[in-house]
Unconditional design. Structure first.
Length: 569
């Protein structure tokens, strides 16, 4: 491609609404333009990168036996009602009606439809299967931001494994883990696989692939021993607290105006935060439920959602709490409560001489023995881990860091296949429900993550495998004959060698051409100028480190081809 004929609308200034580096550089570099919040048009450079990202994904999916489909984006409501997700993901699904008043939705994922297709399988002999596609998804994000990192419309590779039993699912899950590792390696991303919450997908197990970045919206806890988990799943060791002895029943004491853990801790050493019971009220599936944690611990709400197995959960309103317990938040406790379910974090197990609300405004209790005084319906880890807490595996301090989630793999089990009636006959002629896995990678988010990791002050630094072009030939004094003729000759030679090459034949100042090449992030630049041609050489500059060297013009095409091949591995 000739730059003079290409649509590459580079900008000198950052877009006003951009915060993430990837958002700034992909707009400035002429890769994309925003149509509306959370929706972007891919311009030619962006489309080239997205195509290369998609092709790497295809190659690695095909390598583990994947078969590519292309499923519809518009779905009838019936399939989502069958799975139970029509209402479970209310607020994310984009719903509408057609001219016949039939309920439809824009797919934010495709578990239901792939499971429906699996009903055409009849025998265990047809398993295992691995199906995938790259298709547009729509999610009505409340706060789309950070460019391609959080959008409403995007292309995702989602794949689905189909097996006769859990053992087969385990095999395909591990094959995907290996494929994702190779994919992210080829993207130039050092992705970490971490334990994760399955969220609205459901299933028994899920693993996220994450990349450290200040632009990320997720947090993981990790340790040098190899332990790593999303904070929605992470746990840690809880050092024991030496509770002082207390004889007798709990004792009421006045706490006028005290409504917080910190304010109560100032009453005295006996009420230190780690000796308090924090009581929160939630409504889960319509039932008011008390959730108890140690006073100095914070609730990780996703753990509560996962543990209770429901997405229908919210904090209780003050009037609901007062009707049920007789007090407002700040004076709540679970002592003597037997008409509401009580969920307690294991950090409270075995504790005594604690302080908690008395379910009477401006009063608290001291001397509470959890085993004796609180009727715990279920012990459930709902505590958010903190940096520096001991690793659950080795005891070393945990590191908590911001990350971008670049991929997610799920063991779905039989949730969707059972809902859709996807069964096969086993060797004994018995009907068996198919076991499914679901595996996703976002194309645009991968692009953004690559830019977040690979950039400098001048612009993007694309790894060779995903770069829009592998080399740019920058012709100086393009308006004169010899430099442009030499550049065009090199352009043809590199194309014959299978190199993606961009010829910058614009009649622009050298500084403008160099700045644009660096902003766009093409891995190698060949500079062809009158002075070098007099000596039979051109300059080859690597974008990654700026290292340059003069190479004989007759040898430069092979030189570049060898370097690109080495970069590809």
């Amino acid at each position: 491609m000739r730059w003079s004929q290409a649509f590459i609308p580079t900008l000198r200034d950052d877009p006003a609404d951009a915060e993430a580096v990837s958002h700034k550089l992909l707009v400035r570099g002429g890769f994309m333009r925003q149509l509306m919040a959370g929706s972007y048009s891919m311009l030619p450079l962006g489309h080239r990168v997205a195509t290369k990202v998609s092709n790497i994904i295809r190659q690695e999916m095909d390598r583990i036996g994947g078969q590519e489909f292309l499923l519809p984006v518009v779905h009838p409501a019936e399939v989502w009602r069958k799975s139970g997700r029509w209402d479970d993901v209310e607020g994310i699904l984009v719903k509408f009606k057609d001219r016949k008043e039939a309920d439809l939705t824009l797919a934010f994922t495709h578990e239901e439809v792939f499971a429906l297709l699996a009903t055409e399988l009849g025998s265990y002999r047809e398993l295992p299967q691995l199906w995938y596609h790259l298709q547009t998804k729509f999610r009505d994000e409340a706060r789309p931001k950070s460019g391609l990192l959080r959008v409403r419309e995007f292309i995702m590779k989602d794949s689905y494994s189909l097996d006769i039993d859990p053992a087969g699912l385990d095999v395909q899950f591990e094959r995907h883990r290996g494929a994702y590792t190779r994919i992210f390696d080829r993207f130039g991303l050092a992705a970490t696989a971490v334990e994760a919450s399955s969220g609205t997908m459901g299933g028994s197990e899920s693993v996220e692939f994450t990349v450290p970045s200040d632009a990320g919206e997720d947090h993981i806890a990790r340790c040098s021993c190899g332990y790593a988990a999303n904070v929605e799943r992470a746990t840690s060791r809880v050092p024991p607290v030496d509770d002082e002895a207390w004889d007798g029943e709990p004792e009421r004491f006045p706490t006028p105006g005290i409504r917080t853990i910190a304010a109560l801790a100032e009453v005295g050493d006996f009420a230190a935060a780690d000796r308090q019971i924090k009581t929160m009220a939630y409504v889960a599936d319509g039932q008011l439920t008390l959730v108890l944690l140690r006073g100095d611990h914070e609730l990780m709400e996703q753990k509560l959602v996962d543990g209770l197995g429901t997405a229908h959960i919210r904090p209780a309103h003050a009037d609901e709490i007062q009707i049920a317990l007789g007090a407002l938040p700040g004076s709540l406790g679970a002592v003597g409560v037997d008409h509401l379910p009580v969920i307690a974090d294991p950090a409270l197990e075995g504790r005594h001489n604690l302080v908690t609300g008395a379910n009477e405004d401006d009063w608290h209790l001291r001397g509470v023995d959890v085993a004796r005084d609180v009727k715990v319906a279920r012990w459930l880890d709902v505590r958010a881990v903190k940096a520096g807490e001991p690793c659950v595996d080795c005891g070393e301090p945990l590191i908590v860091e911001k990350v971008i989630e670049v991929g997610h793999i799920f063991k779905l089990g039989t949730q969707y296949s059972e809902a859709m009636g996807a069964t096969v006959l086993d060797p004994d002629g018995e009907e068996r429900v198919i076991w499914m896995g679901s595996y996703g990678i976002g194309v645009g988010r991968s692009m953004a993550a690559i830019v977040e990791v690979h950039h400098d002050e001048a612009g993007i630094v694309w790894p060779v495998e995903v770069a829009p072009y592998e080399v740019v030939i920058t012709v100086l004094r393009a308006e004169t004959g010899p430099p442009l003729e030499a550049g065009e000759r090199l352009y043809g030679e590199l194309q014959e060698l299978g190199i993606d090459v961009l010829l910058d034949d614009r009649e622009e100042r050298p500084g403008v051409k160099f700045a644009d090449a660096e902003l766009v992030g093409i891995p190698y630049r060949i500079t062809v100028g009158p002075r070098g041609l007099e000596n039979g050489v051109v300059e080859v500059t690597a974008r990654r480190d700026g290292a340059g060297a003069e190479v004989p013009i007759d040898a430069v095409a092979r030189h570049i081809a060898d370097r690109v091949a080495a970069d590809r591995g």
